[in-house]
Design a protein around this ligand. Structure first.
Ligand SMILES: [Zn+2]
Length: 306
């Protein structure tokens, strides 16, 4: 089955810290070498053209990078250049404002201020129990054993944390807990905000170099499908307007933030002349339309090499 490869984080010896699931330039080289042998890596333009014409072969794949992370520009793009590969970059636009998605800052904080991810989880669950005991009890009462079991590389703690964050706590409860933890740990929030995301000139340079810039919503909601149609339309319309201003033309492709979408989402995308969209997993339980192309996380592909 044809799919997109989904990338997020990369690390180097400089400002881009190693974190959960992050890749070095060398690991990316190894993965691209493997993929080049197994599959036919298409340019975004060819991938879109073949998808629209119903001519994608099972071994046709494309590469995609979500969230416009500066580490992608600094670490991955030079490797793509070595291989002569062009890719999709799906960009959410609140990164160009004073209030980017906290999710990325929280991830960076987890990597920077703790001795490993389980140390973070220990402090997080400890604080949850002390400050929000009712939410803690709700989590213990309702946690499904198979939560996120599609994502084989998540540990038990990873899945429990994501359940509490995404299903139990309200956004303000979660933000309150994280702000509290950041303050206690002395995390340099303002400085890191300038080091985590691309700026408009990076996105513009990628576009000029032949990569394809696509939509990824404005504020990167974790559960787009729970928003009503008007709110979803606002998300994608604003995203489209801001990326159009940077690239000089409206994006025609997208990926769903956190893989979340509803029939309303697909309707909005059609209205905005988006012709192709990508999910964030390989599950076949969804529709199979052109706005639901499956993607494989790079971590699963790396496991296949081992
Ligand atoms: Zn994303």
């Amino acid at each position: 089955m044809t799919f997109g490869v989904m990338f997020h984080h990369f690390h180097d010896a400089g400002i881009h810290r190693r974190g959960q699931g992050s890749l070095s330039a060398d690991r990316l080289r190894a993965l691209l070498g493997y993929l080049g042998l197994q599959y036919n890596i298409l340019t975004p333009g060819d991938y879109v053209e073949r998808a629209l014409g119903g001519r994608l072969a099972p071994d046709d794949i494309c590469l995609s990078f979500d969230d416009a992370l500066l580490c992608q520009y600094d670490v991955a793009v030079p490797v793509l250049d070595e291989f002569g590969i062009k890719a999709f970059f799906f960009v959410y636009s609140s990164i160009f404002t004073d209030t980017p998605d906290n999710l990325e800052l929280y991830r960076d904080f987890r990597n920077a201020s703790f001795d490993g991810i389980d140390d973070f989880y220990r402090v997080f669950f400890d604080l949850l129990e002390r400050q929000l005991p009712r939410a803690q009890q709700r989590y213990l009462d309702t946690y499904p054993a198979d939560y996120l079991s599609d994502f084989g590389f998540y540990t038990d703690n990873d899945r429990r944390f994501r359940f509490v964050r995404d299903q139990v706590l309200t956004q303000s409860e979660y933000d309150g807990l994280m702000t509290d933890m950041m303050g206690r740990a002395g995390y340099p929030r303002e400085e890191r905000m300038t080091q985590l995301w691309m700026r408009a000139e990076h996105v513009s340079a990628l576009d000029a170099a032949g990569h394809e810039i696509g939509l990824h919503s404005h504020s990167h909601p974790m559960q787009m499908r729970t928003l009503d149609r008007a709110a979803q339309e606002t998300e994608y319309r604003l995203n489209r307007r801001m990326l159009s201003a940077i690239c000089g033309q409206a994006p025609r492709t997208m990926s769903h933030p956190c893989g979340s979408y509803s029939d309303d989402t697909l309707d909005v995308l059609r209205d905005l002349d988006v012709v192709l969209g990508f999910r964030s997993n390989m599950s076949v339980t969804h529709g199979g339309s052109l706005w639901e192309i499956p993607r494989e996380d790079h971590a699963n592909l790396l496991q296949a090499i081992k």
